[in-house]
Design a binder for this molecule. Structure first.
Ligand code: GSH
Length: 229
């Protein structure tokens, strides 16, 4: 078995930060699979184009290329059925909805950390990131982030579906985490690696849940380096 995972990094090749790549990283650990990591930067398009992708995560399983974190999770579930299930055995039908909700969490978090991200990228990747994201939002990154001390309140409130669930169970997966948790956790790990901004209050159930996932798989995510002190 030869698994290889292209993962987004900045100036530090050992510090992957993409929320989607973290979904896949946690999924591989859940399955007990190890993959060789291939650090990838925004402007390295030529490295992934032959595999039919412009984005990461990109998983190579031998000759086979699998693109998109959700497709990768389903691929791992089908290709490695003897390993622990990512979806609790229901084929991921319910997790699909959470996959979309999790993309919304990334969207809510983005304005809170957006100008921190290029500080961690190589100059050419920082220029690419600024150009593409400022075109997408129609504003300077710093302007988007300027009101984060107040807008973070709305972001925290948006996590109520997660918070209310955690009142009665430690993980979205129930007693133990599964891919539902990794979908949302990927966003928090992204923010944690690239920014020192405090997204959560310490007395929040979501904070405690995030701590549990930072400790999962022998501290896989907690031990992964961040770009700030
Ligand atoms: N829906 C995709 C999204 C992947 C994605 O947006 N990846 C970003 C990194 S976080 C990327 O590769 N961006 C390349 C670019 O902006 O050029 C997934 O779930 O894997």
């Amino acid at each position: 078995m030869t698994l290889k995972l292209f993962e987004l990094v900045g100036t530090d090749a050992t510090a992957p930060f993409s929320p989607y790549c973290w979904r896949t990283r946690m999924a591989l650990a859940h399955k007990g699979l190890s993959a060789e990591t291939i650090p990838w930067c925004f402007t390295d398009k030529d490295a992934i184009a032959p595999h039919g992708s412009e984005k990461v995560p990109l998983l190579l399983d031998g000759e086979r290329a699998v693109v998109d974190s959700w497709t990768i999770a389903n691929y791992l579930e089908d290709a490695y059925p003897d390993r622990p299930s990512l979806f609790g055995g229901d084929g991921g039908a319910m997790a699909r909805m959470l996959n979309w909700w999790g993309d919304g969490v990334i969207g809510g978090m983005f304005p809170l950390i957006i100008a921190d991200i290029p500080l961690n990228l190589k100059p050419e990747d920082a220029a690419y990131f600024r150009m593409t994201r400022e075109a997408r939002f129609g504003r300077k990154l710093e302007e988007i982030m300027a009101s984060r001390d107040t807008t973070v309140e709305g972001f925290r409130k948006s996590l109520d579906p997660l918070r209310l669930t955690l009142k009665t169970q430690p993980f979205l997966g129930g007693a133990a985490p599964n891919y539902a948790d990794y979908i949302v956790f990927g966003a928090f790990q992204w923010a944690r690696v690239v920014s020192s901004f405090k997204l959560l209050k310490e007395d929040d159930l979501v904070y405690a849940w995030r701590e549990r996932l930072l400790d999962a798989f022998d501290g896989l995510a907690r031990k992964s380096p961040s770009y700030h002190g």
